[in-house]
Design a protein around this ligand. Structure first.
Ligand code: 13P
Ligand code: SF4
Length: 302
C-alpha cells in the first residue's frame, strides 16, 4: 500500500476504533505527520494518562508505551514495533540495582523514565529530562541513586547539594556529540543559540546556552526571537523544528545523529498495529503497582 492510502486507512481505523496516536519527537516525519499528539516523554505520559480513548497506539520506544500502560492499566496500549527498545534502558540490571540499594540504605532511587517497568517498580520516583532537576530538588533525602543516565545525573548534580550516586549508563545517540563538534558549529554559526539535550556529555553541556528536553527545545525555538539554532539531539526533533519554524534555521550540533529504534516504526506498522491491535503492552499487576507509585510521585513533583 502506498503512503496516501495508508494514511487514509489509518485515519479510518482510528475513527472506527476511537483510537489515539501518540508520537515521540524522534519518530520519522511520516509518523510525526499522523500524530494526534507529538511530544516529549513527559508530555506523552500525561497525554496517555488523561486521554479518554481506550485504545492508544504509541509510536516511540517500549519504555514510553510501558509508562502509558502503567499510568492507565485499563487502556489497551499498542507498540507498533516490538523491537523498538531504548538501548540506555537496557543498561540497568535488577540484581546490580538491588545491590547498590543495599549498599546505600539511606538513598532514594530516582529512575529516568528511560528504564524498564521492572526498574521503575524498584525505584522511589521517576523523572524525565524535562523535570529531573525539579524532582531531585523536591526530595527530602540527601542521598540519591540516579539510574541509568550518567550525563543526566551530572546535569542534575549542578543544581543540588545532594549526594548523587550515578549509574554508569548513557545514550549512544547523544554521547556521540563532542565538544569539538559543537565548537566548530559555533564557529560556523556564531549568532546561533545552542540548545542541547541533558543526555549529552558534560563538556558539550558546558558549551550550550540552554539545556532542554525535546519538548523544551520545541517551545524555545518557537518563543526566542533568534533566527539560528544549533541543536544537540536526535535528527527527528530537528526535522520537527524546521517544519514548524520555516523562517528560522536549525543546524545539528555535529553530524545528524539517529536513534535506530525510534526509526523502526513505519506507516505500515501503524496501520497493522491498529488493524490487528498489536503489539499489546502487558505487564504483571505487581510491576504496574510498584512502577505506578514512582511515576505518580514524579507527576506530583514535576
Ligand atoms: P525527551 O523526554 O526529552 O523527549 O527525551 C527522550 C529520549 O529518549 C531522549 O533520548
Ligand atoms: Fe534511548 Fe537514546 Fe534512543 Fe532516547 S535517543 S530512545 S535515550 S537510545
Amino acid at each position: 500500500m502506498r503512503g496516501e492510502s495508508l494514511r487514509t486507512k489509518i485515519r479510518e481505523l482510528k475513527r472506527e476504533k476511537g483510537a489515539l496516536i501518540l508520537v515521540h519527537n524522534y519518530q520519522s516525519p511520516e509518523i510525526q505527520e499522523i500524530a494526534d499528539f507529538l511530544g516529549d516523554s513527559l508530555d506523552l505520559s500525561r497525554k496517555a494518562r488523561d486521554a479518554k480513548a481506550q485504545l492508544i497506539c504509541f509510536c516511540g520506544v517500549k519504555f514510553m508505551a510501558e509508562s502509558a500502560k502503567i499510568l492507565s492499566p485499563e487502556k489497551t496500549i499498542l507498540l507498533p514495533r516490538k523491537e523498538a527498545l531504548c538501548q540506555m534502558a537496557a543498561m540497568v540490571s535488577l540484581p546490580e540495582l538491588r545491590g547498590l540499594k543495599a549498599s546505600h540504605p539511606q538513598a532514594v532511587v530516582v529512575s529516568y523514565v528511560n528504564t524498564t517497568a521492572e526498574v521503575k517498580a524498584e525505584s522511589d520516583v521517576c523523572c524525565t529530562s524535562a523535570n529531573a532537576v525539579k524532582v531531585v530538588q523536591n526530595l527530602k533525602e540527601d542521598e540519591v541513586i540516579f539510574v541509568p543516565d550518567r550525563n543526566l545525573a551530572s546535569w542534575v548534580a549542578r543544581f543540588t547539594s545532594k549526594h548523587i550516586i550515578p549509574w554508569n549508563g548513557y545514550c549512544y545517540v547523544h554521547e556521540r556529540f563532542t565538544a569539538e563538534e559543537v565548537k566548530e558549529a559555533k564557529r560556523l554559526h556564531p549568532q546561533a543559540v545552542v540548545i542541547v539535550h541533558p543526555e549529552c556529555r558534560p563538556e558539550v553541556v558546558d558549551l550550550a546556552d540552554r539545556v532542554e528536553s525535546t519538548g523544551g527545545m520545541v517551545r524555545l525555538a518557537r518563543e526566542l526571537s533568534a533566527e539560528e539554532f544549533i541543536i544537540g539531539t536526535e535528527e527527528g526533533l530537528i526535522a520537527r523544528l524546521r517544519r514548524e519554524n520555516p523562517g528560522k534555521r536549525f543546524y545539528s550540533a555535529g553530524p545528524a545523529r539517529m536513534c535506530r529504534s525510534m526509526k523502526y516504526t513505519r506507516l505500515e506498522d501503524v496501520y497493522l498495529s491498529l488493524k490487528e491491535e498489536k503489539f499489546k503492552v502487558e505487564l504483571p499487576q505487581t510491576i504496574i503497582e510498584g512502577a505506578r507509585k514512582a511515576l505518580d510521585r514524579m507527576l506530583k513533583y514535576g
